[in-house]
Design a protein around this ligand. Structure first.
Ligand SMILES: Nc1ncnc2c1ncn2[C@@H]1O[C@H](COP(=O)(O)OP(=O)(O)OP(=O)(O)O)[C@@H](O)[C@H]1O
Length: 899
């Protein structure tokens, strides 16, 4: 015997934190209770005593795997024993019943309580999966035992067939009693029509398996006794990653159509169009299973003579709904239905093709099996990783859809039920390598946490125990009926009466002594009720007789009334005809009235229209009138303004004219006064006095008085200063002289001779004495005057009259600076040279003897003669003289010349 080096056993794994998350919808609530996947291990017995075992069960939860010599791992140097811990380990000698009690019974209880459960067997080929799940006639497996326990529990609470009917979308609907009855009759007709085939099917069914239904099973707890129950089964096969319905009617095995997996309204996965059979007993269930089992793909492999080549899923669906207040019928409300499901999955064996020596179709099957098992492993692994990952990390997407197997059971892993797994182990040494893989998967699986689903139970507020009360009442009625009180059958069910019997109801069971006592009491009450009923019935009879007599009387009266009514109806008909005729007439009149009204309306509308137009016209006229008035006012006011303005202008102009005239008059008066002064000064000596000195008075006009001269000689006119107080006042417009700037004579005089550009040559030696002069033809620049060196100014003018006489005048004056920086000329002397034309003019008058001398040839008239002539000539010469002498020239540095 070889000694194997023992390696230390692996310590048991500590439980994982339960607050991890994954992508399951139930995991959004971290406070929701969770259950790990329950993983059990079942070690089958060795086929022969010669076989070597590599598995040893240490205790009820631990199993140890020892690598045998032929194992791959041993060859690779791994001699270490491996210890694996499970929820429970079943040793080879453990019976099927024990396995059911430990593993499946809680799941059936879940089913009854409305919770879903999934149980699958996993292991290598030939490890006892099918044996555990189905068993044989002598060793019944989990599935028939589940059905046993279920029907044992719900047998008294089953609804009649077809009360619950699948809606083909994974849900159920509730039919009325009548509809359910019709369905049952239809099914009987179908069975009758297909009698031979059913007979055949019955003959084919395994009597051994059918007999398994008679096994004793204890009813389970947790049943809602006021509910009605119905059981439905489906049997599905997943072969080469396709889903087939094994219970599909009228379809030979080879022509089975693959089904698709769909999601229902509550996101639960289901096989669309799968045959769902309602079963009322274990026999029916076994029969259905047997029917499907014959279609299941089985094959012979090297490792197992009858190896499952597919995954088979046997679904038991329990439908329950509450009864009405009498506890007799199901409440007709689809929302009250609770559906729970127990899925029993017998997986195909995991195997290595090298061991099975499979080829061709078998190899393809094996590959498909391995792929789906691999996907199952991956999904569980990702679930576990997601749960163990930190809360803020992104969860891995779980590849449920990669395989039909995982896709179908997605809901279970997402937290819609409890998941349990039985790992089947064949302890023989040849299976060691595969067993280690299975163990690793099992170890990983039990670390996956599944959120606990809480079934939604509708609370309709109905009295609990009503169904039991109904049953007690019916037992009591039946008992009374058996005792000969047939009136008891006429009594209505009165649940309240049952409740009134004692405080303990409904805790006791229906076959308990308490129930018997209650039934006896109920019978007494019912007897009393029957007696009372008899009395009441007699009373009712009398009342009915009275009522009948009364009714006959009423009937007679009724007959009379009917006759009256008939005659009234005739009258009424005549009246109605008359009324109809009247109504017709009325209608005709009404139509004519309507017509007239229409016409009237039209006329009124026309009048309104015309009135409106008239009003508009009137308004227009008024408006124009107003505008006219406004224009008138406007023009009137404008005219008034214009007149006023013109008046004012005229007045101003008149005033100006008047002022001018007045000024002219004043000037004329002044001139007249001067002229009169001059005329009066014919007495020259009295007016003129010789002024020996050359002082010149400001604002005085000097006139030279010529001495007597002979004809034909040029005469030098000596200046003789004569003060003429012609303008005693300051001449208006003349700038005030700045006397302080009077220049001294010692500085020498400098003349500005201002004359015409082309003067007539005088041709005489009599020339004016202008020492140091400067001749200019025009005063373009004021500098000439403002220049301080120029102190004298002489204006030379020549005029020829119609007789051809030429008169040359020299107006002399002082240049005096003004206060404003300019200069003014104050004329204080005038020299006049008059040259007579030698040719006598026809217009010329003969000179008078008195007065001035007449020059022969080119003669020069004296100033006095000129003056006299001028004065005798009128006021024009004097006026010119005045205007010339009163001119002041003012020059400024800013080049402004003001004359
Ligand atoms: N615990 C057990 N006690 C007695 N016999 C067993 C036990 N387990 C399995 N067997 C027997 O082993 C044989 C193979 O078992 P079974 O068909 O259940 O294996 P399997 O795992 O379903 O194989 P496959 O995956 O190939 O279908 C059967 O004949 C069965 O009777």
């Amino acid at each position: 015997m070889k000694t194997i080096a023992r390696t230390p056993l692996r310590p048991p794994k500590t439980p994982r934190c339960q607050t991890h998350h994954n992508d399951r919808k139930s995991d959004h609530d971290p406070n929701k209770p969770r259950d790990p996947v329950h993983v059990y291990c079942r070690v089958r017995p060795l086929q022969s005593d010669a076989d070597l075992s590599s598995v040893r069960v240490k205790n009820s939860t631990t199993v140890i795997l020892t690598p045998p010599e032929q194992a791959l791992q041993h060859k690779q140097g791994a001699h270490r024993e491996m210890q694996y811990i499970f929820k429970h380990v079943f040793e080879p000698h453990v019976s099927q019943g024990d396995v059911f009690n430990a593993v499946a019974q809680p799941l059936v209880e879940n089913l009854i309580r409305g919770r879903n459960s999934l149980l699958f067997t996993y292991g290598v080929t030939g490890s006892g999966k099918t044996y555990t799940m189905t068993g044989d006639s002598r060793h019944r497996g989990v599935m028939p035992r589940c059905l046993d326990a279920l029907f044992k529990t719900i047998s008294d609470y089953q609804a009649k067939k077809y009360i619950f009917k699948p809606d083909k979308l994974n849900g159920f609907e509730i039919l009325s009693e009548a509809d359910a009855l019709l369905e049952r009759q239809a099914e009987m007709n179908r069975r009758f029509a297909a009698g031979e085939r059913n007979a055949l099917r019955r003959k084919d069914s395994d009597p051994e398996i059918a007999s398994q239904a008679s096994c004793e099973a204890a009813p389970l707890h947790g049943l809602e006794e006021d509910n009605m129950f119905a059981v439905f089964v489906t049997y599905i096969e997943i072969y080469n990653n396709s889903v087939y319905d094994l219970l599909e009617e009228d379809a030979p095995q080879k022509t089975l159509q693959s089904k698709i997996i769909r999601s229902d309204a509550k996101n639960n996965m289901f096989v669309h169009g799968v045959t769902e059979i309602e079963i009322k007993s274990v026999e029916e269930a076994i029969e259905a299973f047997q029917f499907g089992q014959k279609r299941k793909r089985m094959g012979h492999t090297v490792l197992n003579a009858e190896s499952s080549r597919s995954h088979s899923v046997f679904n038991i669906r329990l439908v329950q709904a509450p009864t009405d207040c009498q506890g007799e019928h199901v409440v007709q409300d689809k929302r009250t239905i609770v559906v729970s499901q127990l899925s029993l999955v017998d997986l195909a064996g995991s195997e290595r093709s090298s061991r099975t020596k499979n080829t061709g179709m078998r190899l393809r099957e094996a590959s498909s099996i391995n792929n789906s098992l691999m996907t199952l492993r991956t999904c569980l692994e990702y679930l576990r990783e997601n749960q163990q990952a930190p809360l803020n990390s992104a969860p891995k997407k779980i590849p449920y859809r990669d395989s039909k197997l995982t896709h179908m059971f997605k809901n279970y892993f997402d937290g819609e039920g409890q998941v349990s797994m039985i790992v089947c182990i064949n302890p023989r040494a040849e299976d060691y390598d595969e067993n280690t893989q299975v163990m690793k998967f099992a170890e990983m699986t039990q670390e996956v946490q599944i959120a606990r689903a809480t079934p939604m139970k509708p609370d309709l507020g109905l009295t609990p125990g009503r169904r039991k009360a109904n049953k007690l009442f019916k037992i009591a009625v039946n008992n009374l009926n058996d005792l000969g009180h047939t009136e008891a059958n006429k009594l209505d069910v009165d649940i309240g009466l049952v409740y009134s019997l004692g405080p303990g109801f409904p805790d006791y069971k229906i076959d308990s002594p308490e129930a018997q006592t209650a039934i006896q009491e109920l019978m007494q009450y019912l007897m009393q009720r029957i007696e009372k009923r008899k009395i009441l019935c007699a009373d009712l009879e009398t009342r009915c007789d009275n009522f009948r007599a009364h009714l006959m009387q009423m009937e007679r009266e009724n007959l009379q009334l009917r006759t009256e009514l008939a005659s009234l109806k005739t009258v009424y008909k005549q009246e109605r005809d008359r009324m109809i005729a009247m109504e017709n007439k009325l209608r005709v009149h009404e139509s004519s009235i309507d017509e007239l009204n229409n016409k009237l309306g039209n006329r009124e509308r026309q009048i309104d229209e015309l009135t409106r137009k008239l009003r508009d016209q009137q308004n227009l006229i008024n408006q124009k009138e107003q505008e006219k008035e406004k224009q008138k006012k406007k023009f009137t006011s404008k005219l008034a303004v214009e007149v006023d303005k013109k008046d004012r202008e005229l007045e101003i102009r008149l005033r100006e004219q008047r002022d001018k005239m007045r000024e002219k008059m004043r000037v004329r008066d002044e001139k007249l006064r001067l002229v009169s002064n001059i005329i009066q000064s014919e007495d020259i000596p009295s007016l003129v006095r010789r002024n020996s000195n050359d002082d010149i008075l400001d604002n005085k006009l000097a006139i030279s008085e010529p001495p007597s001269a002979t004809r034909g000689e040029s005469t030098q006119v000596h200046s003789a200063r004569t003060e003429i107080y012609a303008t005693p006042r300051h001449v208006r417009g003349m700038a005030a002289a700045n006397n302080r700037h009077r220049r001294s004579r010692s500085a020498g005089e400098k003349w500005i001779e201002h004359r015409a550009p082309n003067p007539v040559p005088l041709g005489t030696i009599l020339q004016p004495y202008l020492k140091n002069r400067k001749s200019v033809t025009k005063l373009t620049d004021a500098k000439e005057l403002t220049n301080h060196k120029n102190t004298k100014y002489c204006l030379v003018s020549q005029e020829a009259d119609t007789d051809g006489d030429v008169e040359t005048k020299l107006y002399k004056g002082n240049v005096i600076p003004t206060c404003g920086g300019g200069a003014q000329v104050v004329f204080d002397d005038v020299e006049c040279l008059k040259q007579k034309s030698p040719v006598p003019s026809p217009n010329r008058k003969r000179p008078s003897n008195g007065g001035g001398a007449t020059l022969s040839g080119l003669g020069v008239a004296t100033s006095s003669a000129m003056s006299a002539a001028a004065f005798s000539g009128g006021t024009n010469a004097a006026q010119e003289l005045m205007s010339r002498c009163s001119v002041g020239i003012e020059g400024h540095n800013n080049k402004r010349t003001k004359v």
